[in-house]
Design a protein around this ligand. Structure first.
Ligand SMILES: C[S@@+](CC[C@H](N)C(=O)[O-])C[C@H]1O[C@@H](n2cnc3c(N)ncnc32)[C@H](O)[C@@H]1O
Length: 381
């Protein structure tokens, strides 16, 4: 099977995708721009990060003094426990008196940075001190849970196959975080309510929406055309984003939008230009198939693609619901459709379809891919 995105990577259970240094730097800079003291005096935990492979550890260790960190903790996962095995003997381990042949494959490691341990005059990556963990370094293990509890901030690109669990692990401890995930995680029943309540949101984002990762230990021929580049050794995923509960500037920049009339005259989208907006047949809202086609002067509820969240400014819009959760957390049910007619409604309805539906201007029934229902802040309808 060819991978074309993160979801496919998840289905083959490969978790070995390593994040680019520039992407980490660009993202973290967005939080520092908003609040230069965001890391000052804080303990940062990187719970899926071996310094040999992880640019998260390199980046935070190199910036330890710049950021005014109190402590950096980075833990790694044992080779034997990984879904895709690859030789992980690291520079730190190989050259250390602590190296233990009986533990190297089965134990996780913990790397901490608090001081200028090599007396070089500055605190940097060479000052990392390490030892083997008791267990394999699973973030769910008691010893890593203790580290989570000690930390103020958790930052990483977690295993793709365990994203849901990983986010829950952060939320249950009420920690600040910056993590990478699949855009579709927005739609998880554990995640969407947090987004709607403005408890978590999307981060600043990958440049141009393209996330490049270094895959390790895989058969790269499995990737769809254009995903793996054998010149760079990187895979490109379009459906990746950062999730966080730290403020950043882009989140507060309102979208610049045209009025409904101007969209109908000038929109670059053929579904809107000279056509106008369709109303859902089974919900009191209009269908807006593109974020840039949101009309600036509509005072009610609109269904927009989930990618809207990348442009969501909480001062401009309010999130009402995700279409799939409109009824009973299951989407629009047959019961809804039955009630619709029982209440004397006579319009057409795509009977039984478990999601929003509308009839386009040619009369064709359309069920759009999942929509987020939003309304302008302070809307009266
Ligand atoms: C997507 S990779 C990212 C690695 C690194 N954080 C980065 O961004 O470059 C996820 C990492 O988590 C590790 N991992 C997988 N399952 C884990 C678990 N249960 N606990 C801790 N780490 C795990 C994988 O071996 C892999 O190294």
């Amino acid at each position: 099977m060819a991978h074309s995105n993160l979801k496919d990577a998840k289905s083959t259970k490969n978790d070995e995708f390593y994040t680019q240094y520039e992407d980490i730097q660009r993202e973290i800079n967005a939080y520092l721009e908003y609040n230069p003291d965001v890391f000052k005096g804080k303990t940062v935990l990187l719970p899926c990060d071996d310094p040999e492979w992880s640019n998260f550890t390199k980046f935070f260790a190199q910036n330890f003094e710049n950021f005014g960190l109190k402590k950096l903790i980075s833990t790694s996962y044992a080779t034997e426990s990984k879904k895709i095995k690859f030789q992980q003997l690291s520079f730190f381990e190989e050259n250390s008196p602590q190296f233990d042949e009986t533990k190297t494959n089965t134990h996780g490691k913990i790397f901490t940075l608090t001081r200028d341990s090599n007396k070089s005059g500055s605190i940097d990556i060479d000052d990392l001190e390490w030892h083997y963990l008791e267990g394999d370094g699973d973030f769910r293990s008691e010893e890593v849970i203790q580290l989570r509890n000690e930390a103020d901030i958790i930052v990483t690109n977690p295993p793709f196959s365990l994203f849901r669990e990983f986010l829950a692990w952060i939320i249950e401890a009420d920690k600040k975080f910056i993590i990478i995930g699949n855009m579709n995680a927005i739609t998880y029943k554990e995640v969407f309510p947090l987004i709607r309540e403005n408890k978590i949101w999307l981060g600043n984002g990958f440049s141009g929406g393209n996330a490049y990762f270094r895959p390790i230990g895989e058969n790269f021929a499995n990737y769809a055309n254009g995903v793996y580049d054998d010149k760079t050794g990187l895979v490109k995923f379009r459906n990746c984003c950062w999730f966080t509960n730290f403020e950043h500037g882009r989140r507060h920049q309102p979208l610049s939008l045209m009025t409904a009339d101007d969209n109908i005259k000038f929109s670059k989208h053929k579904e809107i230009r000279n056509m106008g907006y369709c109303e859902y047949d089974n919900y009191n809202a209009i269908e807006v198939p593109y974020t840039d086609a949101i009309p600036s002067d509509f005072d009610g509820i609109m269904g927009v693609p989930i990618s809207f969240l990348d442009k969501y400014c909480p001062e401009q819009f309010e999130i009402i619901e995700l279409s799939r959760y409109l009824q009973d957390g299951q989407g629009m049910s047959q019961q809804f459709v039955d009630d619709y007619y029982a209440q004397g409604n006579t319009g057409q309805i795509s009977a039984g379809h478990p999601d929003l539906c509308y009839y386009d201007k040619t009369g064709k029934a359309v069920v759009p891919y999942m929509r987020i229902l939003i309304k302008p802040k302070g809307a009266t309808k």
